[in-house]
Design a protein around this ligand. Structure first.
Ligand code: PMP
Length: 363
């Protein structure tokens, strides 16, 4: 038996054909590539959390309903009355739950999204056996609404993902355009508004859930400062959520995550304050970047900034040589030619990045 023929005989050809989800090794780098909150929990809170975690019954499965953490999320994070949430191991898992639930077998199911956007929408659709249709953004990175509506009419997607604000462009699509898409889908498709960056945009469709039966609002605690605990939540009409819940793997959110999430909700002011600092830093960093000759800065409602430089590969190579890690998205899509995505960080890290970035442009 050869392992190669075993793999050829068992693994799907479309899986064989793609590279793995690449995560750069960041040790020793100023890490501005993954939209993390750079601030750790304050020490006194970390100590308190350790005590709470020490009391967790690791020998037991998590409480399957997650009732307590779900109640807290609903109450504290703006979920409308009468609406529940479904929890996931990061919002990545919520995306695959949605796709699995909608990947009907009697005809080819379609996932549609503007492009460029968060890569997992296409990947997860592929893994669920769905077709992915991408509709290019306009050159100014806004939604091409007529093209979106035409694609919806043509492909009748089961799911349309809208990252709000969009990753990797950072901009917030127009609220009217999003509503037009939700309405165009009617009772043939679901609009998933992915609010991963809501703490930095402070605009949300969560409160509008009661207006639209086909709206799903998804969020994560990752960008708020808890990327390590892997917790995403989504809300939708209760009857819809009930269906999604059937495909959720049992016990998908572990007890340590549940306890850490409740602890974070007890101390949400600390995280909100950190987000406020990052919003201020975003404005300062955008201003400083705009002052660098030859650099185009795109508007951001997220905790990262997209810039266009004359040569993104050269700038990225220089930044790497200075131990600064940003995301070179220049090859991701033609509208992103020569673009870099930079996560907003602490004043010190932003200053160190800026110094290296300016040198990269002067070189
Ligand atoms: N949605 C968007 C738009 C994202 O950018 C990301 C993370 N890059 C995610 C979802 C995934 O977040 P999580 O850490 O909750 O899996």
């Amino acid at each position: 038996m050869s392992i190669d023929s075993l793999i050829r005989n068992t693994i799907r050809s479309d899986v064989l054909a793609i590279p793995g989800y690449h995560v750069a090794d960041a040790s020793g780098f100023i890490k501005l590539d993954a939209m993390e909150n750079p601030y750790p929990l304050p020490e006194h809170l970390a100590t308190e959390l350790a005590t709470r975690l020490a009391n967790v019954a690791l020998n037991r499965y998590p409480v399957a309903s997650y009732a307590s953490v779900k109640e807290r999320i609903c109450k504290q994070l703006g979920v409308p009355a009468g609406y529940d949430v479904l929890l996931g191991n990061g919002s990545d898992e919520l995306i695959s739950i949605l796709d699995m639930a909608c990947a009907r077998q009697d005809r080819r199911a379609v996932v549609l999204a503007p492009l460029p956007t968060f890569v997992m929408y296409a990947r997860s659709a592929q893994f669920a056996g769905m077709d992915f249709v991408g509709v290019p953004l306009k050159d100014d990175l806004t939604l091409d609404l007529p093209a979106m509506l035409a694609a919806i009419a043509q492909h009748k997607p089961a799911l349309v993902y809208l990252s709000y604000p969009n990753n990797p462009t950072g901009n917030l699509f127009s609220e009217q355009d999003v509503v037009a898409i939700i309405e165009a889908l009617g009772d043939t498709g679901l609009a998933v508004v992915d609010e991963a960056y809501e703490p930095f945009a402070q605009q949300s469709f969560m409160g509008r859930l009661p207006e639209f039966d086909n709206l799903v609002v998804m969020r994560t605690v990752s960008k708020l400062g808890l990327a390590g605990i892997r917790l995403g939540y989504m809300s939708a009409a209760p009857k819809l959520l009930e269906q999604f819940d059937k495909v959720r793997p049992p016990y998908n959110v572990n007890v340590l995550t549940q306890v850490a999430a409740e602890f974070a909700l007890d101390n949400i002011d600390v995280l909100n304050q950190q987000a406020a600092i990052l919003r201020e830093q975003r404005a300062l960093l955008a201003e400083a970047l705009a002052a660098v000759p030859g650099v185009q800065v795109f508007p951001s409602a997220a905790n990262f900034i997209l810039v266009r430089v004359p040569d993104a590969d050269a700038a990225n190579a220089y930044l790497l040589s200075r131990k600064v890690l940003v995301k070179n998205v220049g090859k991701m899509h033609s509208v992103l030619a020569n673009c870099l995505r930079i996560t907003v960080s602490t004043p010190d890290e932003n200053a160190a990045f800026l110094e290296a970035f300016k040198a990269s442009q002067a070189a």
